[in-house]
Design a protein around this ligand. Structure first.
Ligand SMILES: [Zn+2]
Length: 268
């Protein structure tokens, strides 16, 4: 190594670390993220195409516009606004919702029809947006692949081995979140939905509905991964605790809207 390279290298390494230190949650929470937004978005776009080719997208412009407005309001108070988000209602009786990396959120009509008010639906969306903010899919990819391979990907390595891994990325990212990821998405989601103006009772009500459906096979479709989710009873208790510990002020927060009830009527 020549002298000039030796003097530049530490600066280069520091720059890489600084550049890859992304905000991944409320209160300035940071994580090392080596996969660029562009790479994450391109993986998300691929998944979006898969969903669109296998699922029926709800043919109702009012619903698609409404879900986008709700999503945009949550994103506006979130800790990640450096990507474009896409919110889509899927017409299916599955009680399901999930987020793909890169800003893609899908909510199924089967789940929407189980919700009694707007804040319950919002709590599901805030949870899904939180997975994207916290880069849970990307972090899983990084931990499965290891740093050296992720760095090769990040630096645009086009070798066969690296490209094979890129091809498997989608499966790895969507193969499930850990229980701690779920708790984190619940916590961030509660913060975001209340900051955006909705009442935390929406999250509690939503979990109570999931809890009531436990044992029912359909309920296990939520995010397609309910088996890895924490016990619903724990999530209800944790939400009550967070409202107290985070000193969330509930005065003036909204639980429902006429628009939600009117649009719900169109589905039922
Ligand atoms: Zn989740």
């Amino acid at each position: 190594m020549n002298r000039s390279l030796r003097s530049i290298l530490p600066i280069f390494i520091c720059a890489v670390i600084l550049l890859s230190c992304a905000t991944t949650g409320p209160g300035g929470k940071k994580s090392f993220i080596f996969i660029s937004n562009a790479q994450e978005v391109s993986i998300g776009r691929e998944l979006d195409q898969q969903v669109r080719s296998t699922e029926k997208i709800l043919d109702d412009l009012q619903w698609q516009a409404y879900i986008t407005e709700l999503g945009d309001r949550i994103v506006a108070v979130s800790d990640r606004k450096d990507i474009q988000y896409h919110f889509t209602v899927v017409e299916s009786d599955q009680i399901n919702a999930f987020a793909a990396p890169g800003g893609y959120v899908f909510v199924y009509t089967g789940l929407i029809k189980k919700m009694d008010n707007e804040s319950e639906l919002v709590s599901v969306m805030a949870h899904e947006i939180s997975h994207i903010v916290a880069r849970h899919g990307v972090k899983r990819l990084q931990s499965v692949l290891g740093l050296s391979l992720v760095l090769k990907l990040a630096l645009g390595d086009k070798s066969d081995q690296t490209q094979q891994v890129a091809g498997a990325a989608l499966g790895i990212m969507m193969s499930g979140y850990s229980r701690s990821n779920e708790h984190e998405a619940d916590e961030f989601g509660l913060i975001y939905m209340t900051q955006a103006g909705w009442h935390p009772d929406g999250m509690i009500g939503m979990f109570e509905k999931l809890h009531a459906m436990e044992g029912d096979h359909q309920a296990s479709m939520f995010e397609m991964l309910a088996s890895s989710h924490p016990q619903t009873s724990d999530r209800i208790e944790s939400t009550h605790q967070r409202v107290i510990n985070l000193r969330i002020k509930t005065a003036g927060l909204s639980k429902d809207s006429n628009r939600f009830q009117q649009l719900l009527g169109r589905l039922r």
